[in-house]
Design a binder for this molecule. Structure first.
Ligand SMILES: C[S@@+](CC[C@H](N)C(=O)[O-])C[C@H]1O[C@@H](n2cnc3c(N)ncnc32)[C@H](O)[C@@H]1O
Length: 185
């Protein structure tokens, strides 16, 4: 509980980049990491924060898998490096826009809790198109949002979008998008 409180204080202090005052709920952690499975070898997490979803992904990732976790806040990176010791985890202190500079492999799953609604349209586009370029043709992109009417945002990049409603406070929606159309974005 003490750790949850420390995290809430840090997220609130950095509200302009976190877009949140606390960690996402355990049900959301479970849902957003649910696309990671026995065949996942390379997973990318965007917006790692203090690592709650990171742990959920690692719990599902095969022993031979790799997780690249992007986070712009260097202090959050330090916290995760101190609290999660796992050789499969590669913490990257850089923006999610720069996936291609750090990840050379094709990716099975992207798991994002980035605060997309407070990120400029241009940066959103850079992140979504960089993610799509990096995914395998069968790859998945999962995103948390607080609004269930944002399919259009992802329809530009993905042809299949499945929205799961998470009963938590506040109400959250996990968008699971499938990269079935490798277009020219
Ligand atoms: C809503 S918090 C989510 C934290 C945690 N994963 C969770 O689910 O509780 C969003 C995180 O994204 C990070 N972030 C914001 N913009 C980013 C960007 N362009 N690239 C990488 N991380 C970013 C913030 O610093 C923050 O830690």
């Amino acid at each position: 509980m003490a750790n949850k409180l420390k995290t809430a204080i840090e997220y609130t202090k950095n509200i302009l980049t976190t877009g949140a005052i606390s960690e996402t709920s355990p049900k959301t952690e479970e849902e957003i990491s649910s696309m990671v499975g026995k065949d996942s070898q390379v997973v990318v997490e965007l917006g790692m924060g203090h690592g709650n979803i990171t742990k959920a992904i690692l719990a599902r990732l095969p022993k031979t898998g790799k997780l690249y976790a992007f986070e712009v806040n260097p202090k959050f990176c330090t916290v995760v490096k101190e609290t999660i010791q796992d050789l499969r985890l590669h913490v990257i202190n850089d923006s999610a826009e720069n996936i291609a500079q750090h990840v050379s492999e094709e990716v099975d799953n992207i798991v994002s809790s980035l605060p997309l609604t407070i990120i400029s349209k241009e940066v959103q586009h850079n992140i979504l198109s960089a993610g799509k370029q990096q995914l395998k043709s069968t790859g998945t992109y999962s995103q948390i949002l607080y609004n269930k009417n944002k399919s259009k945002k992802f329809a530009e990049y993905y042809s299949s979008i499945d929205i799961k409603r998470i009963v938590a406070f506040p109400l959250q929606f996990v968008y699971h998008c499938q990269n079935t159309d490798k277009g020219s974005h």
